[in-house]
Design a protein around this ligand. Sequence first.
Ligand SMILES: [Zn+2]
Length: 263
Amino acid sequence: MVNSFYYNGSQYIPRSENDGIKGFLLASMASSTIMSTLPAFGKPFNNQLIKEHSRNDFYKDAFIKSINISGLDKLGVKINPAQYFNDMSDVCCGQNATYTPSKKIITINTDKISIAGFHEAGHALNDLKGKFGKILSKLRYPGYVAAAWMGLVAMFSRSKPKDAPRDAMDIVKDNCGKIAFACWLPTVIEEGMASYKGIKLAKKTGLAKPLIKNMKKLYAKALLTYAGYATATGLAVGAASMIMDYFTRPKKVNDDLFSQEFF
Ligand SMILES: [Zn+2]
């Protein structure tokens, strides 16, 4: 109890370096265990997307038409057919599709996953036609960066006693799990909006009801993937933070313990 200090009339013991290391290791383990559940969230989506390769013909013409129907062609949006890429990328193999706002290009293998194209067109509509969607899509990348920072903040040691006044940094430290989750929300909401608009657009192309139904299923699974990222990141950061708090926050000297040790 050599280094103990007083705060607000109570005696506290700062934590040892050893405690800090233990906390750091446990916090790293806990967060990586939680993050390892991520592939499970994406699995239903990936499985269905592969199955869609054999149903592509039902969707292809409607998707290509949808660019005109939505007016996206007049706004400069183009399809970049990924089947002609000479590489083994996810996009070329029909396991992913993307919309690039800076180039107004939907990159997609239209010989395999045209069903996903409507969702990408939905991203283009968010970006080019809706104010709210545009704001959300601009927040995506900063959100990822901030969520990653929260992962780092969670690993900082907590040098102040629990009841010490909080400054801005302490508030961030205390809430880093919730903040990390919130940082993912623009992405989750924008993804949901892109799917909603994509389905609406698909209906306009005259796609048959069972095909729309199948598409809704795929899009719901895609949203589950993003919601999974948000939840797992929030929980992983929150768990790491709780563990670091437990191992590094100065301990109040318990009156009973004090009397046992000294008397
Ligand atoms: Zn998307």
